[in-house]
Design a protein around this ligand. Structure first.
Ligand code: AMP
Ligand code: MG
Length: 401
């Protein structure tokens, strides 16, 4: 048996980040992976400015009950004059601080009359001023290589005046489903057939992770059909995933077919439940990962073992799923010789670890349990785990992006 964590790190490093990059506009960069780090060329803010609607003064000029002449009304986009001693300049949030001014008094603490202003409270020196460079200093790296660009990154990049970024190329993934019993959704089904749910599921998992190009093919359980599909997918894609047909049954033809292509294949019995049979091969310099056919196994293996490889090949730097902790909230005990990943719902309580409620049927063919669950709770091997024990879990909604 191969240790689960070893299998995970082997898959995470089974390929490299892309060697190329391409430029895209800021409008099109959302969800893309940054290839060249972004370094600030401007201080942010680029000048000292007011954090409030109010009046700029020189703190040393303040005396109680003294009226300040209003020298200028400085609206957004206006250039402030240099502040004359004893004067105030009316300004607004974001207005550049006038030369000579060091303090802003907010308008709520001021009374204006006949172009003069009286301050109702003693100010504090330097209050309500945002200083040049206090957010970002010129020369610092603001977005690292490998970041998946989101709206907050876009704001930060745009604030530097940058409208093009260098990103890794989009990954193309091939998906091969196998099995004579399978029929595509939308087609009529004979009683002995089942619908192909893994194909659409894995396509959806890949899409959600930012893989826009998924080529899905289905092969019957014969070597010619499987070989033909591999030829197409290896020619058109960067990574090929197969599902089913990789155990030790008579019709499990994926392994011999991959070997026929001249690839060496590592067949792993991974110490995990569901899951277990997982294979990794390289053909024509491209990785092939073989997933088990049972839908729950395929889902869990994708989530925990394949998504790190996809992330590596997308150029991302965060490739392993974050581990969180919760308490198991179940009526039964769990034990077994493999690590079990339970489909569970997490309930977040105030002042306590989340409670993890496992689905009542943990069978590897129970598709409905997948749609119900939002986390996978990790139950250690060779240990009895009971209600209220603290266990690790993976948050699927957060991870599968
Ligand atoms: P296999 O490893 O090919 O023997 O598949 C194991 C189980 O998963 C069998 O019950 C298959 O019918 C089922 N299975 C395999 N591929 C799919 C698929 N694409 N969609 C739904 N079920 C599948
Ligand atoms: Mg099969």
């Amino acid at each position: 048996m191969l240790d689960f964590d070893v299998a995970q790190s082997r898959l995470a490093t089974a390929a490299n980040a892309p060697a190329q990059s391409e430029d895209v506009s800021l409008a099109d960069c959302i969800g893309r992976v940054l290839a060249t780090p972004i370094v600030a060329t401007l201080d942010l803010p680029s000048a000292d400015n007011s954090a409030m609607d109010g009046y700029a003064i020189r703190f040393a000029d303040y005396q109680p009950d003294v009226r300040f002449p209003i020298q200028q009304r400085c609206y957004a986009g206006d250039t402030p004059q240099a502040l004359q001693p004893g004067n105030a300049i009316r300004l607004f949030t974001g207005s550049i601080m006038p030369e000579g001014a060091d303090t802003v008094i907010m308008q709520e603490n001021a009374r204006e009359e006949n172009d003069e202003v009286l301050f109702l409270e003693a100010p504090e020196k330097g209050r309500h001023v945002r200083y040049r460079g206090e957010d970002v200093r010129q020369g610092t790296e603001i977005v690292p290589r490998g970041a998946v660009l989101d709206a907050a990154h876009v704001a930060l990049i745009a604030s530097q005046g940058i409208d093009q970024v260098s990103v890794f190329p989009l990954l193309k993934v091939g998906l091969l489903t196998t099995g004579n019993e399978l029929v595509a959704p939308g087609q009529p089904r004979a009683p002995e057939q089942i619908y192909n749910s893994n194909g659409p599921m894995l396509t959806a998992l890949l899409r959600r992770q930012g893989v826009q190009s998924v080529k899905a093919l289905h092969a019957d359980d014969n070597p010619e059909s499987i070989t033909r599909a591999f030829e197409t997918l290896l020619a058109e894609c960067d990574l090929v995933l197969t599902v089913g047909g990789v155990s030790v049954g008579e019709k499990d033809l994926v392994k011999p077919t991959i070997e026929q292509l001249g690839a060496t294949l590592d067949m792993w019995r991974v110490n995990m439940k569901p899951g277990k049979p997982v294979a990794l091969a390289h053909a024509r310099n491209k990785p092939i990962v073989c997933l088990p056919g049972n839908p729950v196994s395929a889902f869990v293996v994708y989530a925990l073992l394949v998504s790190p490889l996809v992330r590596t090949m997308q150029g991302r730097t965060q490739v392993l799923p974050a581990i969180q902790y919760g308490t198991l909230d179940a009526d039964r005990e769990f034990s077994g010789s493999r690590i079990s990943f339970l489909r569970a719902q997490a309930h977040f309580d105030k002042n306590a670890l989340p409670r993890l409620i496992p689905h009542g049927d943990q069978g590897s063919a129970i598709i409905s349990s997948l749609a119900w669950a939002d986390v996978l709770a990790r139950i250690p091997a060779n240990t009895t785990t009971r209600k209220d024990d603290v266990v690790a879990f993976y948050d699927l909604a957060h991870w599968l992006r």
